[in-house]
Structure formats: C-alpha cells, structure tokens
Design a protein around this ligand. Structure first.
Ligand code: HEM
Ligand code: HEM
Length: 658
C-alpha cells in the first residue's frame, strides 16, 4: 500500500516537474531554417561525438558544466566567460572541464552561420548528446536561450558536498526545484570523478570522530583508502560511480551503489539515508524509471531562468562578451515602432535623431545604391589590376584589414592622416596599401559620391586580393561606416614576441577564439618582416647569445648568412613563409611552423604551445580546410565592432574626416 502511494507521488511529482518547468520562449527545433540549410543540432552532435570517441569522460564534464551554469543566474553560459573574477574562478568551478569542447563547437557553428547559436544552447545540446552517447536515453531539448552578460565569482552559490540533504534541498527549492528534481539531477554522479580531498573526511575522520564513516561499505572503504592514503601529497581522483563496469555510463548504477552504501561524496550517501530522499533512491535503483526521468530533470534544469527573445546576446566567442550594441538598439527600434502612431510623435522624433543605431551588415548592401553600377565589381577590377602590377599587395591589404579592425573596430580609422593618427604608431609604420585604397575610393566617388565607406573598401579589397592569391572566394557583408577618431595612442596591437597565452587573451578580449587567432595568423602565409624583428632569434635568443633552438638550424644559417648578416647597414626583409609560396594564400605557413621554420617568435610559438599546436597540425594537413576557414575568420574579423546605420560617416576622402 505504502509502495503504491509512493508511486502515485512519483507520478504527481513528475507531472509537477514538467508543469513547473518554465520554458519561456524556448522552442523545439528553434534553429531550423535559421542557419541556412545547415542543421545546428547535427553540427553540435558531430563535434560531441568526435570528442566522446577520444575521451568518454567528456560526458561528466558537460553534465557538470550544465549544472554549474544553470544554477548560477540561470542557463546563460555565464560560466564560460573568462576574466580574473569570473564565475569559473570560484572554488566549486575550479575543477569544471569541457570549456575547450564548447569553444570547438562554437567555432563550428559560427563557421556555419555567424552570430546565430548561443553558447547557452550549446551547453545544453552538448550535454544532451553526451548523455545519449554514454548509454542514456536520447531526448529532445527546446532551444532559443541567449547568452548572459554578467559572470561574477561572487554570484556562485552551489551546494557543497558536505551539506546535509535538507540544506542542499533548501538551495534547490530557492531555485524552483523540488526534492525529486534534486535526487534525479544528482544521478549525474553516475559518471565522472571527484578528488580525495572531498572524500578524506569519510575515510579517516568522519564528523570529527577520528574514525571512518560507519555508513560506508567496508570493501569500498578499503579501496578508497588505497587511492587516498592519509596525508598524501597528491589529491588523487576517485570515480563517483564505484561500479567499475559503469564508470562512464549514464544508468541507474549510482543509485544501486548508494543502496549498497557505496556512495562516494558525503551528499551522495546522505541521499540514501535521509527519509525524504531514501525512497526515491530506492525506487530509481530498483526500476527502469531513471532514464526518462533523468532526461526530464535535465530539460528542467536547462530551462532554469533562461534569457530568450531579445534578452542578453549571442556571443561570438563564448569566453568574452559581445561588445556591439545590437541588443539595446533592437530595444530602441522596438520602442520606436511601438510608439509610432501615438501622440508623442515630436518627442519620438527627437529620440530617433538622438539615437544612432546599429543596423546590421548585409550581403549585397550596395546593390541599387550606386546608380546602375556594381560597387563590388569596381573594387575587384582595381584590385586585380593592382595585383598584376605587384602581387605583394595581398600582404599589404591583409595586414591593413587586421590593423584597422583590431583598433576601434573596422572603421577605416587606420586610413586617417595626421601627426598623431594611428598610422604613425610603431606597428603601423610598415603597413602599406593606402594608395590602392585611395585609387578605389576615387573610382567609387566618381561613380556615386558619398555612398561607399572606406571601411567597406578595405574589407572587400582584401577579400578580392586573397582570392587572387589562391584563397577561396568568400562573401562579405557590407554596410560599414567610417569612424572619425584615429589616435596612435589607441593602437594596441600584439608585438611579435607576445606569448601564445597573452595573444589568446588579447584576441579573446575582442571576442575571438584561439582557433580564430591561429587561422588569422595564417595571413603570414604571405608577406615579409624585417631583420630588426628576427635578429634576436638568430643571434641572441632570450639573452643566451645563441640562436633560438626552436628555429631549424639550416634556416638560422641561411638567414644569418644571406638575409640578416651581422653588421648589415640596412634593415633587410625576410619572407614570412617559404619563398616559393610567399605570394600564395595556402597552408604552407603552418607546414613551415611544424618544420621549425616560423619566422616571427609568435609564429613559431603557435607550433610549440599545447593549446595551439593541434590546430596548427590540423591546418598544416588540410589546405582545403584552411582556405575555407581562413575566409570565415576574415569575415569574422571584418565584422568586429563595426559602425553601421547612422553611426560614423561616409568619408569622401579616406584620409580625412568629412
Ligand atoms: C547537491 C548537489 C551537488 C553537489 C554537492 C555536487 C558536488 C560535486 C562535487 C564535490 C564533485 C567533485 C568535484 C571535484 O572533485 O573536482 C562533483 C562532480 C560532478 N558533479 Fe556534482 N554535485 C551536485 C549536483 C550535481 C548535478 C545536479 C550534476 C549534473 C546534473 C552534477 C554533475 C557532476 C559530475 C558529472 C561530476 C563529475 C565531474 C568530472 O568528472 O569532471 N553534480 N559534484
Ligand atoms: C599575434 C598576432 C600578430 C602579430 C604579433 C603580428 C606581427 C607581425 C609583424 C611583426 C610583421 C612584420 C612587420 C614588419 O617587419 O614590417 C607582420 C607582418 C604581416 N602581418 Fe602580422 N601579426 C599578427 C597577426 C596578423 C594578422 C591577424 C594578420 C591578417 C589577418 C596579419 C597579417 C600580416 C601580413 C600580411 C604581414 C606581411 C606584411 C608585409 O609583407 O608587408 N598579421 N605581422
């Protein structure tokens, strides 16, 4: 009888669980048709499956990531944000893993359709795919979350493993979950590991008794004492599910272990003794209810306090906030629409004028805007003619795009003349290509004055040059406007000696991931540098008085004797890529790096740093992949902090503000 009543409670609770899950505007199949013909969920699943094949422990990483994200300010990917006091620096998050997989997925979905898929949805979808791969029951989750903009360690309130069931339940209830949700969610401890530091108390000094936890199974106690010897100097890891055949499997083994007093964390075993949870553990251990109920619990967890619609943002890089003003603009646009037709037209007109809003970049932006002339064709013809005259222009334009976009966004601020303008800053002294931009601008001004921005010219011309040099054709969205500020003091470009982690950080601050960085540095497949920058690697690496041991000795010899001999009185140039390929856009640069033939310190460092080396290896082995993704990376860089709509201006002369 009691059993029946309990079962009825389960059903009631299940209904309650589903009923109270506040999905907001989340939808099943949310991304259908939003990413061209591509299937977003299939892309995510592909990346998760590939990782799972190499590392099945990724299932645990993703489940914990979902929990730690959703419990703090809701499922808004706030845990993914980097920063000195971000959520990931809080104590309970120090052993959270899987960020790199999320980055990998994000790169794949951004390549398919930039700015569409949120990091928050990626976490939820990836955890779902991982569960199915690990033997759990496949399930669907509604999507449409947006990414949050706040991630602070001080917001992290997560239950501790040393809490009593009632204390943990209190935290769960504050977040809108019930006891059933809590026990089911903790079923995630059917995979993954913990550390001896969380278990030692149960092994040697339970509740200050100086003795082991009497509720721990003796065989388990002996096993764990082996893994976690007293006063050990290393914090070893312990499987959370102590059934050796089920460590990486999503099944009800965790609850069966609890029923045999073989739970590992204090909170795990406590579930099997507290009267409010023991019966649920018993039920899950003895039936096959766990798989579908676990799925429901994860869907509910994944719907906790989500941002949807126009809330939050879609980050380009899950580790950094998006810096454009899209969201607030959309709100203002909405405000404008709502009030149109209302009486306060005059006030609104003032508002319209006062607010300069971002429109978005568009494909074919200039169609029909330049009489009957095709703006992109005019640009391409001039670039092509110039390239036939001097193929080095490809390097000039690529570097110009980078140095423009990285400083105050892609607003042609680099083109402005003046005694203290950006082009006078040290890293820009060797930038060239300004005259070609002038030439293009003159042609466009005579076709349709005041229409095409200098910022767009840089982006379109670079694209055309890349294609001429063997790159893959890529479409660029246009509609940028020109900035009005250009100051040498604002130029914060990476130095060639920068370390890989520091460079990653610099890129991340601008919303670019590590892969973007490695791809963009692929621009060094063309062009040159100077002996003044290479000499330290040839003659006095890190003050050693010797060459850099990470430079191929043959290259050292050639450069020492031919390009940059001691005492040379002029600053000779050095090809950044293999001389036979230095005018071509291809993956030869990465192959050179693998042969220790990188030229700039940062180039070679990419092939040495463990974070970037695998990317270098992959790109070195696949020219097609490089060509496709290089184009995508340039598109992404070209959309960085752009001015659109009524912002900025269209300069008549790229060297001067109107
Ligand atoms: C009362 C609630 C919970 C507490 C106190 C708790 C505590 C912990 C602790 C202490 C660890 C070990 C961390 C380490 O040693 O580095 C851990 C690991 C883990 N937790 Fe929880 N947890 C709770 C709920 C959850 C939930 C709801 C989920 C997911 C839905 C989850 C998923 C995991 C996973 C998968 C691991 C293994 C991680 C890995 O292998 O890297 N936990 N948890
Ligand atoms: C960590 C990032 C980067 C650093 C530290 C860096 C540094 C440098 C340096 C020191 C030079 C040689 C300048 C000279 O000797 O005159 C150079 C050349 C060049 N850089 Fe970069 N760069 C970086 C990223 C990029 C990116 C993202 C692009 C374009 C997408 C790019 C495109 C180029 C090109 C094409 C050249 C050759 C220019 C020429 O032939 O005149 N670089 N870079």
């Amino acid at each position: 009888m009691e059993h029946l009543m309990r079962a009825a409670t389960v059903v009631a609770l299940l209904v309650l669980s589903l009923g109270t899950a506040c999905h907001g505007a989340l939808q099943y199949g949310f991304y259908n048709g939003k990413c061209g013909y591509k299937d977003v969920e299939a892309i995510i699943q592909g990346v998760v499956s590939a990782r799972f094949a190499r590392d099945p422990t990724i299932v645990a990483a993703l489940l914990r990531l979902q929990f730690h994200d959703c419990f703090v300010l809701g499922c808004d990917a706030s845990i993914l944000l980097d920063g000195p006091s971000s959520e990931k620096t809080a104590f309970p998050n120090l052993s959270v893993r899987g960020y790199d997989l999320i980055d990998e997925i994000k790169a794949a979905v951004e390549a398919a359709c930039p700015g569409v898929v949120s990091c928050a949805d990626i976490i939820i979808a990836a955890a779902r795919d991982a569960v199915a791969l690990a033997g759990g029951m496949p399930y669907r989750v509604p999507m449409g979350r947006r990414d949050g903009t706040v991630g602070l360690a001080s917001n992290v309130v997560l239950p501790s493993p040393f809490m009593s069931v009632q204390q943990a339940l209190q935290i769960y209830q504050q977040k809108g979950f019930n006891v059933f949700d809590m026990v089911l969610q903790l079923g995630a401890h059917t995979v993954g590991v913990t550390h001896c530091s969380f278990v030692d108390g149960r092994l040697y000094d339970f509740s200050g008794s100086g003795k082991p936890d009497p509720s721990m199974n003796t065989a388990l106690l002996n096993d764990l004492k082996q893994i976690c010897p007293p006063q050990s100097s290393t914090d070893n890891i312990v499987d959370l599910d102590q059934n050796p055949t089920s460590v990486n499997r999503v099944d009800n083994s965790y609850y069966r272990q609890l029923m045999q007093n073989r739970g590992v964390l204090p909170i795990d075993q406590a579930l099997a003794s507290d009267p409010s949870t023991r019966w649920i553990v018993q039920l899950l251990a003895s039936t096959n209810l766990f798989p579908p109920l676990f799925n429901n619990a994860l869907v509910k967890l994944g719907s906790n306090q989500v941002l949807t619609g126009t809330q939050g943002q879609i980050r380009t890089n899950c580790r950094a906030l998006q810096t454009t003003l899209h969201h607030s603009c959309r709100r203002r646009e909405k405000a404008k629409m709502v009030s149109r037709g209302a009486a306060a037209t005059v006030a609104l007109l003032a508002l319209n004028l006062a607010v300069s809003c971002h429109a978005s970049l568009q494909y074919g932006f200039y169609k029909g805007k330049c009489k009957n002339q095709d703006v992109e064709t005019i640009i391409r013809n001039i670039v092509t003619a110039s390239w036939f005259g001097d193929q080095k222009i490809v390097a000039g334009l690529l570097r110009l795009q980078f140095h423009d976009c990285f400083v105050r966004g892609c607003d042609a601020s680099l083109l402005l003349d003046g005694p203290t303008s950006e082009k006078t800053a040290f890293p820009n002294l060797t930038v060239f290509g300004y005259d070609l931009i002038d030439q293009i601008k003159a042609a466009l001004e005579s076709a349709c004055p005041g229409v095409v921005s200098c910022a767009d010219i840089i982006i379109a011309a670079t694209r055309d040059a890349v294609v001429l040099a063997g790159g893959q054709k890529y479409e660029v969205q246009l509609g940028r406007r020109d900035g009005t500020v250009s100051q040498a003091s604002l130029v914060n470009l990476p130095a060639p000696e920068i370390s890989v982690p520091a460079a990653i950080q610099l890129y991340a601050q601008r919303g670019f991931g590590t892969r973007d960085m490695v791809l963009l540095l692929g621009a060094h497949t063309v062009g040159v540098t100077h002996c003044s920058i290479v000499n330290s690697r040839l003659y006095n690496w890190n003050g050693s008085g010797k060459p850099d041991p990470n430079m191929d000795p043959f290259y050292v010899m050639v450069l020492q004797n031919v390009a940059c001999p001691i005492g040379q009185t002029f600053d000779n140039f050095v090809f950044l890529d293999d001389p036979s390929s230095v005018l071509k856009v291809d993956n030869s640069y990465y192959n050179q790096l693998l042969r220790k033939r990188g030229i700039l310190p940062i180039d070679q460092a990419l092939a040495l740093d463990p974070t970037t080396k695998p990317i270098v290896q992959q790109l070195a082995g696949n020219n097609g992949l490089f060509l496709t993704q290089f184009g995508q990376a340039l598109v992404k860089m070209g959309a960085f902090q752009v001015l659109t709509g009524t912002q900025g201006q269209i300069r008549q002369n790229c060297r001067r503000v109107n």
